[in-house]
Design a binder for this molecule. Structure first.
Ligand code: PMP
Length: 473
């Protein structure tokens, strides 16, 4: 019996399946009834007249005007793909403006996961039976989709994780920790999410290293000369967010990576808030590592990815051991597989990886450039509308921003604002957004934070502004 136990050497033809094909075609070739689902692409024609009609509930009260389009696709059609957008909360149509916390999932993703469990479910890389091969194939196709989505050279540079948090811990524990000596330094920025602070703090404490924090200006933007001034020969690593989850600031990531590299320092980029709003290229950024979460980009919970350049992945030592990642085990010594397998101990969230592949298909078909430009104008509109609300103060005004608006209101606690909006069916986040240092930089403990996605429309922003203008009960 053949054992499928190495990603790099896995070949469907060894298992009575057609040879390596392109992405979704692979599954379609041996599994014809799955063909449409395997390579779900956004195609307005796929939304049948019937499904569009049945979707039209009160929940679509704030539906898009016919002029609102992402690229060529009417936003009303996009909204029809997201079942939850027709939900009512407390009797009101849901207005989902908490996309920085998590995005909603199109039915193409939901259905792909259902199909995986109905027809393909098996553990991967193990038995040589048909379902193991289907499952392995689906998992590896998803890995390639992730690689293509973020501009990675090869699927071998993509490690599946539970999400951004686990990805950052993996990079910290597997690669950075063993390079640190007492007195060494890691550079972060004050914009970071706690997930891009605590893992570095933990390894700094364990090794006697220290953190150095890059400041921002009054708009919330990184000051590049001050960033460059932090680098010394003691700096062994840097980690930066591409988009701040608290303020929406887009950092000059490529320039920051170039500065770090000019001092010979490798860099990890936290892409949790960038992947859903703009095209991302790890090659263009020249990032040594890049991490993101599936649930922030219309994919399932419990899945995310680490991209790593080949050399550091080769050098890194896995921080979790177990099945799936070994070449050979004796009680004296274990040898590991090559990346990515050596970092994927145990059974992964296979269905979620497959669902992430479907989410990537979905946004790719609409076009990340189209999503970026649609959201830019929606954000401008939202900033304009909210600025006009009496007593409302926007926090962070950097020229380059994506997806997020943070604000406080005179005489109102942010938690109160959250509750008051929720009573009108409007979901925003109110709190510290797991980014306390940057809020404290602005003298605050919390803000209210509406955050956008490409299915949001001006009507929803109007409803938000209108509600904020009305006095609280
Ligand atoms: N980094 C940033 C910038 C984030 O916005 C988030 C999630 N809010 C994370 C990291 C952590 O992501 P996850 O909870 O999916 O691991």
């Amino acid at each position: 019996m053949t054992t499928v136990n190495n990603y790099a050497s896995y070949r469907p033809e060894d298992h009575g399946l057609p040879g390596i094909l392109e992405l979704g075609e692979k599954i379609a070739a041996y599994f014809p009834e799955f063909a449409p689902a395997a390579s779900v692409a956004y195609n307005p024609k796929v939304v049948s007249a019937e499904s569009s009609k049945t979707f039209r509930t009160d929940g679509d009260k704030y539906g898009a005007s016919s002029a609102e389009r992402v690229g060529g696709v009417p936003v009303s059609e996009i909204r029809a793909d997201f079942p939850i957008l027709s939900e009512r909360v407390g009797g009101k149509p849901l207005i989902w403006l908490d996309n920085a916390a998590t995005t909603q999932r199109p039915r193409q993703v939901i259905e792909r996961i259902v199909r995986y469990y109905e027809r393909e479910n098996s553990n991967t890389h193990r038995g040589a039976h048909t379902l193991a091969a289907r499952s392995t194939d689906a998992y590896e196709v998803a890995r390639r989709k992730v690689a293509d989505f973020i501009g990675a050279a090869s699927p071998d540079n993509i490690i599946f994780t539970r999400g951004t948090t686990e990805g950052l811990n993996l990079v910290a524990q597997s690669y950075v920790k063993r390079r640190l000596r007492p007195g060494d330094e890691i550079i972060l920025t004050i914009l970071e999410h706690h997930a891009n602070i605590v893992p570095w703090q933990m390894i700094a404490e364990e090794t006697g290293a220290a953190l150095k924090i890059a400041p921002v200006d009054e708009t919330g933007q990184i000051i590049l000369p001050e960033y460059a001034a932090l680098f010394t020969p003691r700096v062994k690593f840097a980690s930066i967010t591409q988009v701040s989850n608290a303020l929406g600031v887009i950092t000059p990531t490529a320039e920051m990576v170039a500065i770090a590299h000019s001092f010979g320092t490798p860099v990890c980029v936290d892409g949790a808030q960038s992947v859903s709003h703009m095209p991302v290229s790890v090659a263009g950024l020249d990032a040594d590592f890049f991490v993101f979460s599936g649930h922030k980009v219309f994919g399932p919970n419990g899945i995310g990815a680490v991209y790593g350049k080949s050399e550091p992945l080769e050098e890194a030592r896995p921080y979790q051991g177990g099945g799936n990642m070994i070449e050979d085990v004796t009680f004296e010594r274990t040898t590991y597989k090559k990346a990515p397998a050596k970092f994927e101990a145990g059974t992964g969230n296979i269905a979620a990886a497959v669902g992430l592949g479907a989410a990537i298909d979905y946004v790719t078909a609409i076009g990340m450039e189209n999503i970026e430009s649609y959201e830019r104008s929606l954000l401008e509109y939202a900033v304009r509308e909210l600025s006009a609300v009496p007593g409302l103060r926007l926090i962070g005004s950097a020229a380059q921003r994506a997806g997020v608006i943070s604000f406080v209101m005179e005489g109102r606690e942010t938690e109160e604002i959250g509750d008051f909006l929720n009573a009108a069916g409007i979901a925003v986040r109110a709190g510290h957004h797991c980014a306390q240092p940057i809020l404290r930089r602005f003298g605050l403990e919390s803000t209210a934070r509406p955050s956008l996605a490409f299915y949001n429309v001006k009507g929803e922003i109007d409803a938000l502004a209108e509600r904020l203008e009305s006095p609280p009960r």
